[in-house]
Design a binder for this molecule. Sequence first.
Ligand code: MG
Length: 248
Amino acid sequence: MLHGPERCGEEKSHMPTRLLELYADPRRGGSCKGMITRFFIGATLVQIVCLDLEGVLVPEIWIEVSQRTGIAELSRTTRDEPDYDKLMRGRIEILERHGLRLADIQGVIATMAPLDGAEEFLGRLRARFQVVILSDTFYEFADPLMHRLGRPTLFCHRLEVCTEGFVRGHRLRMPDQKRAAVNAFRALNFTTVAAGDSYNDIAMLGAAHAGIFFRPPPGVTEQFPDFLVTQTYADLDDAISRAVGGHG
Ligand SMILES: [Mg+2]
């Protein structure tokens, strides 16, 4: 039972004091349970958690393709090459050289699964917060994995594919889209927490109210030591909750 301002304060410590007193005051209607419930729903909806995809919820797609095809040079990722556009131009050139079509890569991706525990973690997160996946992958790649994850909202890019099925280019929806999305959410008055693992997440982590690393490679954390580092979904979940509490 929720009675009295102290109990209500425990339930949602960032609720404005005046509202706590008003909703909790027995002289104004006794139990504040209904009011608290309404406020709690409102509080969760004004917070957005932005998650990177590869390395956070699913394996690195290009590493998987590299292993399946035996083409070692396809294993380079944003962990190795900070310039994403340069990285993608190199990948497309390698695919062309080896005669690999989009369908070949999609065939590999169709056999991939989310990281262990990712589906449960994302489900728990989405029950409490709005979650948006900000990824530098492509809609043509992501679809089977997003299906496994319950189809959360995904902002990513498109590939250019010729009539013969070869990847001829990549079309970034916009440059620096992760940072732009976080800044847009903030401009819309959403408290925003972001989590990612690599170089292409740094701008997003920096733009958010709170930025959190999840299983980053050592080189990244040495260059960007200011972000909290988490290694398990339990730790990431806890870090997100604490970050939201601090900015609610
Ligand atoms: Mg990543």
